[in-house]
Design a protein around this ligand. Structure first.
Ligand SMILES: [Fe+2]
Length: 249
């Protein structure tokens, strides 16, 4: 389906269908999220102030992010090229779409829309450890950007944490990855026995291919966002072991 993909958020252009879609998605995900998301995500959702009745305002959301961690949102029409994306992370800037899927695409959409980008990704940017990981991940990616073979390997870390990560909390696996939080299919699938849950392990993460065309067969479980932050030098070291001969100085 073709979407109108704005490069600025003009709130007056949202249609009744847009509000209805946001409300339906929000009200449908919320029970799953309340039952299975990390308490850090739930606290963050509260701080960022989203609700079912209102499509988030980017300006207001940026104000709240600025207050907590100094991050900001910027509107992009669609997925941005990797280099641009990583560079934005280094500047504490999260690129997000501001358009919503159509009613007939409620369960599945081919590319990320605002519900994924904003409901899924943005709340945890008020958490300083999570936000610190995002920025340092961007810096690490920019360090490796001229070694093209390294980027898809490094992208696996982003995939298995920021998109599809689980967090071990009070003896239970809880979700925090945006790809799970924003997806009805993933929230219903993630805790079934048919998917594998693997403790956080950089080497394994860097060498595990991921699927973009199906529900996830493997999820990695972290202990804390601090663990992720602290792993950045190790990720760098392991990339050096794998790609050192190709490093461009
Ligand atoms: Fe995403």
């Amino acid at each position: 389906m073709q979407h109108n993909k704005p490069t600025v958020q003009d709130y007056s252009t949202y249609t009744p269908e847009d509000f209805y879609v946001w409300q339906l998605l929000y009200e449908r995900q919320l029970p799953f999220v309340q039952a299975s998301a990390s308490e850090l995500y739930l606290a963050a959702l509260d701080k960022i102030g989203f609700n079912a009745a209102e499509i988030p305002h980017f300006e207001e959301t940026t104000k709240r992010l600025q207050h907590h961690t100094g991050w900001q949102l910027t509107v992009v029409p669609e997925l941005v090229p990797q280099k641009e994306f990583f560079e934005m992370l280094t500047r504490k800037t999260f690129p997000a779409t501001c358009w919503l899927r159509a009613l007939e695409e409620l369960d599945y959409i081919e590319e990320p829309d605002m519900f994924h980008d904003v409901f899924g990704h943005v709340p945890l940017l008020v958490n300083s450890a999570y936000a610190g990981f995002m920025q340092n991940f961007g810096k690490l990616a920019m360090k490796w950007i001229d070694t093209p073979e390294a980027i898809p390997v490094l992208a696996r870390v982003y995939w298995f944490t920021i998109e599809f990560g689980l967090l071990h909390e009070n003896g239970k696996n809880k979700i925090f990855g945006a790809g799970i939080i924003s997806s009805i299919g993933e929230t219903q699938h993630v805790f079934k026995d048919e998917s594998q849950k693997v403790p956080f392990n950089i080497r394994q993460m860097l060498t595990t291919e991921y699927r973009i065309d199906t529900l996830q067969p493997t999820y990695f479980v972290i202990d804390s966002f601090e663990q992720l932050c602290n792993a950045i030098p190790d990720i760098d070291k392991q990339l050096e072991q794998i790609f050192s001969t190709q490093l461009i100085h």
